[in-house]
Design a protein around this ligand. Structure first.
Ligand SMILES: Nc1ncnc2c1ncn2[C@@H]1O[C@H](COP(=O)(O)OP(=O)(O)OP(=O)(O)O)[C@@H](O)[C@H]1O
Length: 246
């Protein structure tokens, strides 16, 4: 079932066109990778889907409620000196809590603990966020997004500045979550992503869509990243056929 439909969407900051005539359909069990060059408009598209920006033309139809969209922003490694625990970070994800000012209810805490459990971080609930590794910290931010029981989770560069082993663990976690949640990931890690994504949207002002569901994914990313030449050759093996220029 389709949960988001984007049609003829264009966006410009001041007088600069950043996205032009974007059409995209996202379904409930999708694992969509959004790739493309720096400045291509990937984060802008996520902000439009989240409703943080309003398109100048075209429309985004969401067939789910706004609080069913989970978001893991870029740069969650900032402010790691702030004395806050993993559990407190996750509690911030509650969108329906009635006790926002003077603490959280037992239900909020048990829901936050269950989110930490889902990402394998329950035993770090009381740890200061600054004492966790980059990968562990990212899991906590994913747990925060899980708190609102999202139907779709948008992640902006979730594995940036995480080592290769940690990156693979994050993608394995997303694969597990994808059994019940639609996942949309903006990433530059094309070689890793291709082992997990079902569909790819390449964005560089315009959008070019590739479905990966019916192709054999035989890219070996067990230990390291592929260089671009290896990646292109791997793509050749999978017989992705592009009849356009990126
Ligand atoms: N608030 C803003 N005001 C003006 N221009 C902006 C603003 N935010 C982004 N831009 C510009 O819009 C373009 C697209 O930016 P965006 O962040 O969406 O790209 P991106 O594909 O996510 O890039 P990256 O891979 O580097 O994160 C860039 O040229 C950027 O400089």
């Amino acid at each position: 079932m389709e949960i988001i439909n984007i049609s003829n969407l264009s966006y410009r900051y001041h007088k600069t066109d950043v996205l032009e005539n974007i059409n995209l359909s996202i379904s409930e069990n999708d694992f969509l990778a959004i790739i493309g060059p720096n400045g291509g408009g990937k984060s802008t598209l996520l902000k439009l889907i989240l409703g943080l920006l309003t398109p100048q033309s075209g429309k985004i139809e969401k067939k789910i409620k706004n609080n069913q969209v989970g978001y893991v922003p870029q740069n969650t490694n900032l402010n790691t000196d702030f004395p806050i625990t993993a559990l407190e970070i996750v509690l911030m994800g509650h969108t329906t809590s009635k006790k926002k000012i003077f603490g959280y209810s037992k239900e909020d805490i048990s829901c936050a603990m269950s989110s930490l459990e889902k990402v394998g971080m329950a035993k770090f609930a009381k740890s200061k966020i600054g004492d966790l590794s980059g990968g562990q910290r990212q899991r906590v931010f994913i747990a925060r997004a899980l708190c609102s029981n999202p139907k779709i989770m948008l992640l902006d560069e979730p594995t940036a500045s995480i080592d290769v082993k940690g990156q693979k663990e994050i993608y394995e976690l997303l694969k597990e979550l994808n059994k019940s949640i639609c996942i949309v990931v903006v990433s530059h890690d094309i070689s890793v992503l291709l082992n997990y994504a079902k569909n790819v949207a390449h964005i560089n002002k315009n959008l070019v869509y590739h479905s990966l569901e019916n192709i054999e994914k035989n890219i070996d990313t067990q230990n390291e990243h592929l260089c671009e030449v290896e990646l292109l050759s791997a793509l050749g093996k999978t017989q992705i056929c592009c009849n356009h220029n990126h």
